[in-house]
Design a protein around this ligand. Structure first.
Ligand SMILES: [Zn+2]
Length: 398
């Protein structure tokens, strides 16, 4: 997610905070300080209320983080690789690079989040009961945490993608029908329905004297809708690319440049005339690396004539390479997960082509316009061995 900064690492998982989270931190602190605390803990100064609001907002986000850690750790226990957790305006996202391999795996991975939220809510409520003899600051914080976490748990159990409940539903449909694709369609359909209901609710709130709440609900609806649609698109994508290999999509005549020419020559003779943004660098017959516009930009212009390409390029050991026989579905996971725009295709240590994101997107458009779809059904593909439904990091929203 752009605009995110890392705040630490828990159990080997990088934790990021997005700038949009700071907006919600301010809004939440303000609304708690002006609404909840003056009624739950009356007679204090504004500064006290702001401080209590801030502490509660931070504790709520710790709760969200624990919810996400639940998803991530269950995913990792299943052997899936977890890249990071990002906290942002609508809560948290666990970036899990692969999809669970079984319906049961998906079920546990999804359900753990709401279970953790409900548990935190229950524990906070328990302490609230113990502390509620007096109208204290602690009791007010605990009551807020209890209510917020229980709401969070219930909200996430709504059975529409991308909410956890949608994943639980998907796991159940998958288990019952044995068809993961059907399960995705059902869960994303209900997810879109839920999203439209939120938007509708937001519009009603907006026109009935609660404009801010209305806008907020509308935004949540819009976020859910975008996520549900992108998962749906990804499912289509998987179907389209099911039996396609890298060799069918790669450019077999990639643009290459020698490692020993200068940056000046590279720009004047290759990049400018051909409008290139990047090129593979060769040392004789061997792939040595990749040079991109941003690599060149990092070198001051007056040094271009003396700087060889080989000094500036990203060397081959830092590049992801693929083989021509690899399945496009797996390669797309790699491209999206690592956010790379092109991959060198290598066979027996020789460069045989390059696979670029642009080419994949163009090919996808052509296939869709021609109505070319793979006709194999789930049952057929399942008979060929264990099935992996790869999807690109579906967000586990809040
Ligand atoms: Zn969740």
């Amino acid at each position: 997610m752009p605009g995110s900064f890392r705040i630490g690492t828990i159990a080997g998982i990088d934790i990021y905070v997005n700038f949009s989270w700071l907006i919600i931190l301010v809004l939440l602190t303000d609304s708690l300080a002006s609404g909840w605390f003056p009624s739950a803990y009356p007679g204090q100064t504004l500064v006290t209320y702001l401080l209590l609001g801030f502490i509660s907002a931070i504790l709520l986000f710790v709760s969200v983080l624990l919810h996400e850690l639940g998803h991530s750790l269950v995913a990792r226990a299943q052997g899936l690789s977890v890249k990071s957790i990002v906290l942002f305006i609508f809560g948290g996202v666990s970036n899990i690079e692969q999809e669970p391999r079984t319906a049961g795996g998906e079920f546990w991975m999804a359900v753990i989040g709401p279970v953790i939220s409900l548990a935190i809510g229950g524990i906070a409520y328990g302490f609230f009961v113990l502390a509620s003899g007096s109208k204290s600051a602690l009791a007010a914080i605990l009551m807020y945490l209890a209510a917020a976490n229980i709401l969070l748990g219930i909200f996430n159990l709504i059975p529409g993608f991308p909410l956890d409940g949608g994943r639980v539903l998907r796991a159940i449909v998958w288990k019952v029908t044995g068809r993961p694709t059907t399960a995705t369609q059902v869960a994303t359909f209900i997810g879109q329905l839920v999203a439209y209901l939120f938007i509708l609710w937001g519009i009603l709130q907006f026109f009935s004297g609660n404009p801010l709440g209305g806008i907020w609900l509308g935004f949540i609806g819009w976020f859910l809708l975008t996520a549900a649609q992108s998962v749906r698109a990804q499912a289509t994508y998987d179907t389209l690319f099911k039996d396609v290999t890298v060799s069918q999509m790669m450019n077999a005549h990639p643009m290459t440049v020698p490692a020993n020419i200068s940056l000046q020559k590279l720009v004047d003779e290759y990049f400018l005339p051909q409008g290139l943004r990047s090129a593979l660098v060769m040392q004789g017959d061997i792939l040595a690396g990749l040079i991109t516009l941003s690599d060149i930009r990092h070198v001051p212009r007056e040094e271009w004539p003396q700087t060889p390409v080989g000094f500036v390029m990203k060397s081959v050991d830092k590049l992801h390479v693929v083989s021509p026989q690899q399945n496009m579905k797996d390669v797309l996971v790699l491209m999206n997960g690592r956010d790379v725009n092109q991959l060198p295709v290598v066979e027996n240590e020789r460069l045989v082509g390059v696979l670029s994101r642009d080419a994949v997107i163009r090919s996808l458009e052509v296939r869709q316009r021609l109505g070319l779809r793979q006709v194999r059904t789930d049952e057929e593909s399942q008979s060929q061995g264990p099935r992996e439904e790869h999807k690109d990091q579906e967000p586990h929203a809040v």
